[in-house]
Design a protein around this ligand. Sequence first.
Ligand SMILES: N[C@@H](CCC(=O)N[C@@H](CS)C(=O)NCC(=O)O)C(=O)O
Length: 214
Amino acid sequence: MLRLHGVYRSRAARNIWLLEELGLPYDHVPVVQRYRLSDEQAETRIHTQSETFRSMSPAAAIPVLQDGDLILSESMAINLHIARTQGKDLGPRDEREQAMMDQWSYYGITAIEPPALELLYADQATDDGRAQVSAAAEKLRRPLSVVNGALAETGWLVGGRFTVADINMAEVVRYAMPASGLIEGFPDLQHWITQLHARPAFRKMWQAREAETL
Ligand SMILES: N[C@@H](CCC(=O)N[C@@H](CS)C(=O)NCC(=O)O)C(=O)O
């Protein structure tokens, strides 16, 4: 059975969303980021610096997927692997679709995720934080307009249907949602993410994430 390591409040969320969409059985091991634990808590929890976890993840980062004897890190690579091997309609139907799913996943993780994370983590109560938010929002306008343009044709990124490419992109776009008015400037993108967040598998993942205590 697949085994996924990583708490909901991490990039493991994108893997859990896909696994839930596919209805695949999996073991979930809630490895938590070390920096979120006190020294006392770190004694009793498996975390990203635990010896056992580090033997699977040289980068000491969640998520990690075990699929038989394959141990895989990098959340996008994990989703692309699951989609390619067990993804049904959410996975690629041919080489061309595979290439397009790779393209959008890499675009999301390189052009969108870094400034979107700046938005998510900036302390908007300080002048520096507000300046950081407006610089990150500026950096995001171009890549968001690229994704908006791609969605305008069929409403989806690849193959005219909902696929792993939409999950991978939506999970990085989600980080930019706290910036007021930003997503609203891209109507196709906004419609797409609203639809995605209404999906039962996303909602199931989100409720578990909200209920997670650490
Ligand atoms: N590019 C990696 C990033 C992995 C990553 O940075 N994970 C964070 C949690 S979302 C982490 O484990 N941080 C560990 C730590 O800082 O202790 C991926 O997409 O999987």
